[in-house]
Each structure stands twice: as structure tokens, then as C-alpha cells.
Design a protein around this ligand. Structure first.
Ligand code: DGL
Length: 259
């Protein structure tokens, strides 16, 4: 049972930022990653469409015998994880924008959230924001256009830099001291964001927290792989395999699969 893989899915290659944290913390776990790049971006889709895609990905991972599923996508988590948890028996780990640590630690009383339209308009996001944003200005920004650029392998480009410059403007005007990355594609933009933001602005993403939660839940359910041999970390993409390979530094087995 414990040697069964952890299943991970995202609308595309962004969830590899979560995979990397999980693989570092749980180096003996077998994993299967689905990059649903054919259907990216999820961010502008309806809640029903995001749910249908999340179900499709989940069922494929369950067919492949996964013991736990990490929804490595803020948009899918905030729109679908309740239904997934109520429908399937395996444990699910989700990812949401880390508003809490930003709201609790801000000194300027202004924080920025960069996420997809699907995440920012979800009930789950509103509930969390309402819970922690008392007396704090929350500058929400839809990262329109970012995911397609990452999916096309255009991270370190002038186009990306110009887009981020536009998105950071209202946040800087509001004097934010925390920027929350609410999409798993965005950690790959940190080098550009560091250049664009003043030094005192801290950038928060939830990758490590997700990895820690995955470990806790595996332990709680007695699902930790007891073997300490080299694991199998497999990646399937229904889109551009070359870009996925590059973001993984050509270190893992990547295959095309039509799903
Ligand atoms: N990685 C997804 C997320 O965390 C991107 C969503 C999209 O495809 O628009 O929200």
C-alpha cells in the first residue's frame, strides 16, 4: 500500500513547483504528475468546467493506483476540492493563497495577492480573506496572461517582465509589504518579481506548506513509503513535453499522454 504513488495534478506545468517541494521533503515517495496543459489556463473557466477537469484528472490518477492526491493548483483547489473530498476515498491535499501569514505579519497593513480569476472569485478564497483581512487592505490582482506565457516556456522574457510591472503597480501604490503568490505557476516568476519589488516586500508562496501537509497526512494515514530505495517520479503531459522537461531540468521521466 505505502509504495503506491502520490498523485499530483495541475492545469499544466506550474504544479511542478509543488512537486519539487514534495520530492525534497519526501525523497522516497513514488509520484505521478499530470500536467493538463491542453486545457490550460483553468483560471478563466467556469466553476463547473474546473470541477469537470479536476474530476477527469483525479480519476486518471486513481486508475494509476495513487494513494493520495495533491491538487497542485489554486484554481482547482478553491473551486473543486470540497466535491473531490466528498466523492473519493483517498486523502486530498490542496493549495490556497497564503493570506494568513501575510495578514498576520504585515506592518504597512497592505498585502497583495496575485492569482487567477477563478481563484479570486471563489467562495473559499472570499471566506479565507474575510477571516484574516480585518483592518488590512488586500490588493487583489488577476494574473491574466501569465499562465499561457509560463506554459509556452516564456518565463524570462521582456513580455513577462512588462506584464508583471503592470500588475505590481497598484500594489506598490498601496505600499504592500507582502506579496502572496496564489498560483502554482508563479513561483517561477520570483527572480523577476524580486527585481521589480522594493527589498522590504516579502514574497510568499504555499509550496513548502503543501509539502509539509502532505507528509503529515501520509503519516496520519500510515501511508508513508517504508522503502528507502530510489523512487519512480513519472510525469505525463497532454501538451508541450519539451517545456515540462525543461522546467524539471531534464531530471525526470516525462511522457506525452492524451487525457
Ligand atoms: N497553476 C494553476 C493555479 O495554481 C494555474 C491556473 C490556470 O491554469 O489558470 O491556479
Amino acid at each position: 500500500m505505502s509504495i503506491q504513488p502520490i498523485g499530483i495534478f495541475d492545469s499544466g506545468i506550474g504544479g511542478t513547483s509543488i512537486f519539487k517541494e514534495i520530492h525534497t521533503l519526501l525523497p522516497y515517495e513514488n509520484t505521478i504528475y499530470l500536467a493538463d496543459s491542453k486545457n490550460a489556463p483553468y483560471g478563466g473557466k467556469s466553476k463547473d468546467d474546473i470541477l469537470a477537469l479536476s474530476i477527469k484528472n483525479t480519476e486518471l490518477l486513481l486508475e494509476k493506483n495513487c494513494k493520495l492526491i495533491v491538487v497542485a493548483c489554486n484554481t482547482a483547489t478553491t473551486n473543486a476540492i470540497d466535491v473531490l473530498r466528498n466523492t473519493y476515498d483517498v486523502p486530498f491535499i490542496g493549495i490556497e493563497p497564503a493570506i494568513k501569514p501575510a495578514a498576520l505579519n504585515t506592518k504597512t497593513k497592505a498585502i497583495g495577492i496575485l492569482a487567477t480569476k477563478g481563484t479570486l472569485s471563489s467562495d473559499l478564497f472570499h471566506q479565507t480573506t474575510d477571516l484574516y483581512s480585518n483592518g488590512i487592505k488586500v490588493i487583489e490582482q488577476v494574473g491574466e496572461g501569465i499562465v499561457p506565457l509560463v506554459e509556452a516556456g516564456k518565463v524570462s522574457t521582456t513580455e513577462m517582465k512588462e506584464l508583471l510591472q503592470i500588475y505590481m503597480e497598484p500594489m506598490l501604490k498601496a505600499d504592500i509589504d507582502y506579496l502572496v503568490l496564489g498560483c502554482t505557476h508563479y513561483p517561477y516568476l520570483i527572480p523577476i518579481l524580486v527585481e521589480l519589488l522594493p527589498k522590504h516586500v516579502k514574497i510568499i508562496d504555499s509550496g513548502l506548506a503543501v509539502a509539509k501537509q502532505t507528509k503529515l497526512v501520509l503519516e496520519k494515514h500510515h501511508l508513508v513509503n517504508s522503502r528507502t530505495t530510489h523512487p519512480e517520479n513519472i510525469f505525463f503531459s497532454n501538451g508541450n513535453v519539451t517545456v515540462l522537461n525543461r522546467i524539471l531540468n531534464e531530471k525526470f521521466k516525462v511522457s506525452y499522454l492524451d487525457f
